[in-house]
Design a protein around this ligand. Structure first.
Ligand SMILES: Nc1ncnc2c1ncn2[C@@H]1O[C@H](COP(=O)(O)OP(=O)(O)OP(=O)(O)O)[C@@H](O)[C@H]1O
Ligand SMILES: [Mg+2]
Length: 260
């Protein structure tokens, strides 16, 4: 199963979710590959890769026709491998503009290794760039994280439609695995209303589990550690374990919700 994490807006929790979900699945003994497609390489750094050690990276896959086995590396955590991001991705859109089949570069190379893993997670940059288009063209499904704010929610329909169209253009179908509410804080006045509105409109397309605001999740990356290493009892750790359960159910086609 190849899953992309996408959003129009930045800072909605894609990377936190990619890293934490990957780590939770790996803890559950699934073999996982996390591919960092962001020029900021936040996912890679969250797993403790130093900026000077980012090469080789996903930029080599997209821009230099490297093969996946040449760029993937162990993450240091059992069952979790990583393809790092790189600042070289910054002008990937301009460079890829010259290629025929520019949306299909990642798919070609990932297909070869995806059989070695139970789950491949693609952490995308914000927006629907050519890089994200590559992720969508390679993915079986996508997760759309969003904060419960009016302006984030208003872009969801367009995001889903555009992702489905990009996949169609690439000659395949991609499935919405779920809209994921992140950084949910019910002390903020409008949160309840936004959450209710989203759930009413999208029903089971929204993950039952909500990721609440938890400062431990924001602190862990600085230490290059996942939330499960940094503070395994934090509410954020428990939330991402529950997300992993629900994610697995949704991968197998069950949209009913989560345990408990
Ligand atoms: N549940 C949470 N509670 C508290 N802080 C969080 C939570 N989720 C994410 N954050 C913090 O919010 C910021 C944005 O999160 P993150 O980097 O995961 O978003 P993103 O969508 O990947 O952003 P970008 O679009 O820039 O790649 C980070 O500083 C992260 O540590
Ligand atoms: Mg990110």
């Amino acid at each position: 199963m190849i899953t992309a994490l996408i959003s129009r807006k930045g800072g909605v929790g894609k990377t936190t979710t990619a890293v934490s979900l990957a780590a939770a699945l790996a803890e559950m003994d699934h073999k996982v590959l996390l591919v960092d497609l962001d020029s900021q390489a936040s996912a890679s750094q969250s797993l403790g890769v130093r900026p000077e050690d980012l090469s080789p990276s996903s930029a080599d896959l997209l821009l230099k026709s490297a093969r996946a086995p040449e760029v993937l590396r162990p993450s240091g955590l059992p069952n979790l491998d990583l393809v790092t991001g790189s600042v070289d991705l910054l002008d990937a859109d301009a460079q890829l503009g010259a290629f025929r089949g520019r949306h299909l570069r990642l798919r070609a190379t990932l297909t070869a290794v995806s059989e070695l893993y139970d789950h491949v997670l693609l952490d995308c940059p914000a927006g629907l760039s050519v890089v994200t288009g590559n992720a969508i063209a390679a993915a079986d499904g996508f997760i759309a994280p969003t904060t419960p704010h009016f302006l984030s929610l208003s872009g969801i329909k367009n995001l889903i439609d555009t992702a489905e169209r990009m996949a169609w253009d690439a000659g395949h179908r991609v499935r919405l695995l779920g809209i994921l509410l992140t950084m949910v804080d019910y002390r903020t006045k409008l949160t309840r209303r936004s959450v209710d509105q989203l759930r009413q409109e999208y029903g089971r397309q929204v993950f039952a589990i909500e990721i609440r605001t938890n400062t431990r999740l924001a602190e862990a990356p600085e230490h290059g550690r996942t939330i499960f290493q940094f503070d395994p009892h934090a509410t954020g750790a428990e939330a991402y374990r529950l997300l992993a359960d629900e994610y697995l159910m949704r991968c197998s086609g069950d949209l009913q919700g989560h345990r408990g």
